[in-house]
Ligand binder design. Structure first.
Ligand code: XMP
Length: 513
């Protein structure tokens, strides 16, 4: 593998992605990782990421400089270059002219292995305030901009560094540069393929679980479904999947998900219709966090009952819980950045293992979302699961403002179905991160035929996003909006007005509650 030490750059995950796009496994560790932790990953090479600090800051991340002497090739990027310069006896200073954005770099030593096959001048992306002033002994200049050092190397010690960001799309030949590091310098092999991942993951799960039983909470979404199919490949029907109808699923979703999971994927599935129990608890509740808490707690309690039943009937000592945790969640929780404020309490089954003593299986811990889709495709899972837009755990409850009642759920299910089917027919579904309807408890006057109407309002929301953390509203074509609006008002009794949400995140959030 290639180990990336994270000094806090916003681009660290991008480095990992770029490497894995080359079918080489890469792992991100916080820069404070010990030498033993780094060695445990048997790295073929180490990359030092960028970061917001200066090497002279009192709170500069305390990384162990001995990583430069592990004997494997090292590539420093941005702050990584300054870290190398500083710790190996050179000098770093605050730049007179900060460089942000596009820059032109001239190669001084185009013969070095990192630049093999690159043109003599590169168009790159820069983002730094400090720069190398004096190179450490043994190093030579490999590239420069008009203002500053852009690349250094000591091929004897097998250390290379660049001041610019090869991982960023705007650096034109960045991929070639990274490929040079991976294949020419580190001797990596492009064997991190879906087939290889599936084979080794299934074998590892089989060994870990032995004769034990496992359970999995299925939502019908990509992550939990792919995780379940991988575990099923390893232990067959000793995996039981639990799918709960919480009363706020989409139109016919409870039936459709069961069909796909059982008939198409052959999963051993227990479907629990707890909708009336959830809706009863939600009755009279209007506070968004209150709704989220009720659904979260109720879910845990339903899941807990089912899980106990399954394990008791199997007389099991070792019990496993499958979760679809992805790599960004793992990095986020071990990042050098501080914890961010909770805007909404997301619900998951995180509360379960503690009271039930379940051990975790997280087969997707090392993967990014697009990699999960690739694995799913290799497992021959249906495209409609793999391409499904994200759907929140608390479901339609956070899209019905005010009280959630069975009548309102039914109205929103129909409106949501119209939005999704029109967006699919327009061929836009896969390009949009999320597109849905929101039911507002606001009544307004309308006219239909010769009749006065007095009914609810429905908002349409469509956003683009990379990861749900930020989002831009999508300007849907007027024709699509027109069809959606006219169908909703004509087909749904109870909604007589449609409005369009044109708020990005921030300052809005994607869901309305
Ligand atoms: P917000 O509304 O916070 O949503 O901008 C960001 C992304 O997270 C999804 N979301 C959730 N997902 N459980 C989930 O699994 C939740 O409780 C939850 N709340 C929001 C939301 O759909 C969007 O993709």
């Amino acid at each position: 593998s290639i180990v990336i030490l994270d000094f806090g750059s916003q681009y660290t995950q991008l480095i990992a992605r770029r490497i894995r796009e080359q079918n080489v496994f890469s792992a991100v560790l916080p820069c404070t990782a010990s030498l033993d932790e780094i060695k445990a990953l048997k790295p073929l090479g180490v990359i030092l990421s960028g970061g917001p600090c200066s090497v002279y800051d009192a709170d500069a991340p305390p990384a162990d400089p001995r990583v430069l002497a592990l004997g494997v090739p090292v590539l420093g990027i941005c702050y990584g270059l300054q870290f190398i310069t500083h710790h190996l006896g050179g000098k770093v200073r605050s730049a007179e002219k900060r460089e942000y954005g596009h820059a032109e770099v001239s190669l001084v030593d185009s013969g070095n292995a990192l630049f093999s096959g690159l043109t003599a001048s590169l168009s790159v992306w820069m983002s730094h305030g400090d720069e190398a002033l004096e190179l450490p002994p043994g190093f030579h200049l490999t590239a420069q901009t008009a203002n500053a050092v852009a690349g250094i190397a000591d091929p004897e010690r097998r250390i290379w560094a660049v001041q610019f960001h090869p991982e960023v799309h705007h650096t034109r030949q960045g991929t070639e540069l990274l490929r040079n590091f991976l294949f020419n310098i580190c001797g990596a092999k492009p064997d991190w393929t879906p087939a290889h991942f599936i084979e080794s993951t299934v074998a590892a799960i089989r060994e870990k679980v032995g004769d034990g039983h496992a359970i999995c909470a299925l939502s019908g979404g990509v992550d939990s479904s792919v995780a379940a199919v991988l575990v099923q490949r390893a232990i067959g029907d000793r995996l039981t999947c639990i799918f709960v109808n919480n009363g706020v699923l989409r139109l016919n979703e409870f039936e459709k998900v069961q069909q796909t999971m059982r008939d198409k994927l052959g999963l051993n599935l227990v479907a629990v219709d707890a909708s009336s129990r959830f809706l009863q608890r939600l009755s009279g509740v209007t506070d968004p966090e209150g709704k989220r808490k009720i659904i979260g707690n109720e879910f845990i309690s339903v899941f807990d009952d089912e899980a106990r039943r399954i394990f008791e009937s199997n007389n099991d000592e070792v019990a496993w819980l499958v979760q679809g945790t992805l790599y960004p969640d793992v990095i986020e929780s071990s990042s050098v950045k501080g914890p961010s404020q909770t805007i909404k309490s997301h619900h998951n089954v995180g509360g379960l293992p503690e009271n039930m003593k379940l051990k975790l299986i997280e087969p997707l811990r090392d993967l990014f979302k697009d990699e999960v889709r690739r694995i799913g495709r290799d497992l021959q899972m249906p495209e409609d699961i793999l391409q499904r837009q994200p759907f929140p755990g608390p479901g339609l409850a956070v899209r019905i403002l005010g009280e959630v009642t069975p009548e309102r759920v039914a109205l929103l299910q129909e409106a949501d179905d119209i939005v999704v089917s029109e967006i699919k027919s327009a061929g836009l579904y896969q390009q949009i991160w999320q597109s849905f309807a929101v039911l507002l408890p606001v009544k307004s006057v309308g006219v239909m035929g010769d009749q006065r109407t007095y009914a609810y309002t429905c908002a349409i929301r469509a956003v683009h996003s990379e990861d749900g953390m930020t989002a831009d509203w999508v300007p849907l074509p007027y024709e699509v909006l027109k069809r959606i609006s006219s169908r909703i008002v004509n087909e749904i009794h109870g909604i007589n007005r449609v409005v369009y949400d044109i708020t990005s995140k921030p300052p809005g959030t994607i869901e309305w509650e």
